[in-house]
Design a protein around this ligand. Structure first.
Ligand SMILES: Nc1ncnc2c1ncn2[C@@H]1O[C@H](COP(=O)(O)OP(=O)(O)OP(=O)(O)O)[C@@H](O)[C@H]1O
Ligand SMILES: [Mg+2]
Length: 197
């Protein structure tokens, strides 16, 4: 490449993807709190990292404590939460990054919003499936115990509904699969979408 002749051309997505030797993709992981979104995203990311891929995780917890710290769990705020996730994801995917989004995304309307912003062709929807009862038993963050006492308004699956995705690219039933098997199934599902070969 001649730096002088190429200087006025903006780098595009293809340039970034050539450098990274991968295609950008958003892996949108939805499911109840405690269903396993973060656990599986971290395990799958490790596998991809070992295979030489560049990935980023956008996790509900991290974004809610920073970028989205002014948002709560009303319908309006959940929409804005997902809109910001999606806009950030779009920028990253358009720069060749493989992005895992770990966010409850409880309703079809929210998933449609995300798909509209990120683009259908850039999005791989994963339903991380576990029953309310299973998540309540795990109760990783102690939220289900608080919700049972009525201490969490708008708790997803209880006062606020969770609509199951109608047509996800992949469903991972975490009551039936181990973390390792779920991560492997996920990696195998996305490999054709991130491969440049
Ligand atoms: N097959 C499985 N896949 C993922 N997690 C599992 C599985 N089996 C059991 N678990 C356990 O379930 C819990 C899932 O917690 P995790 O924080 O990943 O949920 P989450 O969906 O990210 O919840 P939140 O929306 O609150 O962030 C972990 O303690 C994990 O060890
Ligand atoms: Mg999580």
């Amino acid at each position: 490449m001649n730096i002088h002749t190429e200087f006025h051309r903006f780098l595009n997505r293809h340039d970034k993807e050539s450098l990274l030797k991968q295609k950008g993709l958003a892996i949108w992981m939805c499911g109840l709190s405690g269903s396993g979104k973060s656990t599986i995203a971290n395990a799958a990311e490790r596998v991809l990292h070992q295979q030489g891929h560049f990935t980023i995780i956008l996790d509900g917890d991290n974004l809610r404590s920073g970028l989205n710290s002014n948002l709560g769990f009303s319908d309006e705020d959940r929409l804005e939460n997902i809109r910001r996730f999606a806009e950030l994801t779009k920028i990253l995917v358009n720069n060749g990054v493989i992005v895992f989004i770990s966010a409850i995304t409880p309703r079809g309307e929210l998933r449609d919003l995300a798909r509209g912003i990120v683009g259908e062709e850039n999005l791989f929807e994963v339903y991380v499936k576990a029953s309310y009862e299973a998540c309540e038993q795990r109760d990783v963050k102690g939220l289900y115990a608080k919700a049972a006492k009525g201490e969490i308004p708008n708790f997803t699956g209880q006062a606020s509904s969770f609509e199951e995705p109608q047509n996800p690219d992949l469903t991972l039933d975490t009551e039936a699969l181990s973390v390792e098997d779920a991560a492997i199934e996920l990696v195998e599902g996305i490999l054709p979408r991130i491969s440049t070969l």
